[in-house]
Ligand binder design. Structure first.
Ligand code: T5A
Length: 218
């Protein structure tokens, strides 16, 4: 990606700990964006996710999330996350934004700060260096952070069936991840909008709609 390339679209990310309701709320956001018009025109929406979003990046996702007997080092995990992201940005996100499309991503680099930084304990400055190297100036325009106690999200996630390599972590790991998201939001309060994900789905949806109206005029 050329950092100098002007990006015309909007980049929206949805974040939060396991099972907090990201996929569910992304469906609300998609509907809202697809029904909107800007200057009399429909918005082109690109839906994507991390890790993943391209064939190659989805293969890296499999490596990251498949439980295995060999322990993955934290550095390997960090570099795989950014390898997938480099592919995702170059193939999907940057071209979409450059042509004026809106990109809605289920997770992005805030997840790396939260999971690899706060969860695994990797020095934040190293993550920042990789972020600049891989992303240049690319940052989300808006990040919706869904927040709920860790137990609630884990209960929702486990109700769905088999757990992946990261979901198999202990509760204290996800407490650190949740604290990491809170720290990210404190650092950039303008970019983040907090959603109380403990409420019932109808109330959560109303919160999301209010944020989209306030922040994006939808
Ligand atoms: N990762 C990712 C890193 O470590 N570093 C990185 O840089 C990145 C990008 C990706 C994993 O990779 C890690 C983090 C993750 O461990 P994932 O699939 O994105 O995995 O993450 P998950 O959290 O596992 O996603 P899930 O699909 O499990 O959870 P969602 O999307 O948050 O939850 P959702 O919407 O599927 O909801 C779960 C259940 O709860 C219900 C839903 O109906 C569903 O059944 N639900 C509610 N029920 C009642 N009230 C509400 N308000 C509800 N909201 C949802």
């Amino acid at each position: 990606m050329s950092a100098a390339q002007p990006l015309k679209g909007r980049f929206i990310t949805v974040e939060g700990t396991e099972g907090v309701g990201k996929s569910t709320n992304i469906a609300f956001i998609k509907k809202r964006i697809e029904s909107a018009c800007i200057g009399g025109e429909k918005i082109e929406l690109v839906m994507t996710r991390e890790p993943g979003g391209t064939e190659l990046a989805e293969e890296i996702r499999q490596i990251l999330l498949t439980p295995r007997s060999e322990t993955m080092s934290v550095d390997t995990e960090l570099l795989l996350v950014f390898a997938a992201r480099a592919q995702h940005i170059n193939s999907v996100i940057a071209p979409a934004l450059a042509r004026g499309a809106w990109v809605l991503s289920d997770r992005f680099t805030d997840a790396t700060y939260a999971y690899q930084g706060y969860g695994r304990g990797i020095d934040i400055t190293r993550i920042r260096q990789l972020e600049s190297f891989v992303q240049g100036d690319l940052r989300p325009d808006l990040t919706l952070l869904l927040d709920a106690p860790v137990e609630l999200g884990l209960a929702r996630a486990s109700a769905r069936g088999e757990l992946d390599r990261i979901e198999l972590e202990k509760k204290c790991f996800f407490e650190k991840v949740r604290a990491g998201y809170a720290a990210q939001m404190q650092r950039e309060p303008e970019r983040f909008s907090l959603v109380d994900a403990t409420q019932n789905l109808c109330d959560v949806k109303n919160q999301v709609h209010r944020i989209l109206a306030d922040k994006l005029g939808l």
